[in-house]
Write a protein that binds this ligand. Structure first.
Ligand SMILES: Nc1ncnc2c1ncn2[C@@H]1O[C@H](COP(=O)(O)OP(=O)(O)OP(=O)(O)O)[C@@H](O)[C@H]1O
Length: 259
């Protein structure tokens, strides 16, 4: 891990109508760091990921990815103007996201789900993309499922394809938005195992929104507790989970761990 932040939110404001979801959020992630975001429903956790994926714009502040503003472009005089679609498209290639609902293309085979974007967006040849796709299926333990369609797979297998698909774009940063919350309990483990293996073996920067507290504790370098659009408390998992400073964090952990 380096000290340089690869993601930086500087007083970021996000509103939906009258609702302020991010309230001057300051947040940094270092290169290679594995960070979990936990917190109550509606506290803005998924919004942080969606802003990074350029699926939601921002109403104030600056988001920087890899040292460059995401939602802005620097003019010749150094001033910041709203980003063009070309800039957003370029910036987006640094990030991959694994969604709660998998979001696979239902009419494509597993392998094609993985090769489509590398061919269309990165310009890889079909052969190169296929080779990369097969390696990734191996990594997520699905080498024998390449020619199946998503509906022929279990939820856990579909989510592992979702992870392979995100990795196929070789992102520097991988975002996970509650990747196991749509799964039957018996399928959660296989997905967490794949994510855990990635965290251990790769120097990818990972940002994970999760309700799986035990997993967050195992896999993260740092855990951030979000509350009302800000980070209420953050720290090493062993500190935050065993001896939080804030009463609000304690209440939240008590409530989720009792469940
Ligand atoms: N497109 C939208 N339009 C209007 N309101 C939205 C939109 N997206 C999110 N919100 C609202 O913004 C708030 C924050 O949403 P967000 O999904 O970031 O929360 P969260 O912390 O991830 O919650 P959860 O754990 O329930 O997924 C919620 O109150 C949500 O209803």
């Amino acid at each position: 891990m380096s000290d340089e932040p690869i993601i930086k939110f500087d007083k970021v404001v996000k509103r939906f109508g009258d609702l302020t979801v991010l309230n001057e959020l300051d947040f940094e992630v270092k290169k290679g760091e594995k960070v979990s975001i936990i917190g109550p429903s509606g506290s803005g956790k998924s919004t942080v990921l969606r802003i990074l994926m350029t699926l939601e714009d921002i109403n104030g502040g600056v988001v920087t990815v890899g040292g460059e503003p995401l939602w802005h472009e620097k003019g010749p005089d150094g001033s910041l103007a709203p980003a063009s679609e070309t800039h957003l498209r370029k910036m987006r290639t640094q990030l991959g996201m694994v969604f709660q609902q998998f979001n696979l293309f239902p009419h494509m085979t597993v392998l094609r789900n993985i090769t489509e974007a590398p061919v269309q967006v990165l310009g890889l040849s079909k052969q190169e993309a296929k080779q990369r796709g097969e390696e990734l299926l191996e990594l997520v333990g699905l080498a024998d499922q390449a020619q199946k369609y998503p509906h022929q797979l279990s939820g856990g297998q579909q989510q592992r394809v979702g992870i392979a698909r995100a990795l196929a774009m070789r992102p520097n940063i991988l975002l996970f938005d509650e990747p196991t919350s749509a799964l039957d309990p018996e399928l959660v483990g296989e997905v967490l195992n794949v994510i855990g293996k990635l965290a251990e073996e790769h120097d990818l920067t990972m940002l994970l929104v999760t309700h799986e507290m035990r997993f967050a504790r195992e896999v993260s370098d740092r855990v951030c507790f979000f509350d009302q659009g800000r980070i209420r408390e953050e720290g090493a998992p062993e500190d935050l989970f065993t001896d939080p400073n804030e009463e609000r964090t304690r209440e939240f952990l008590q409530a989720v761990l009792d469940n």
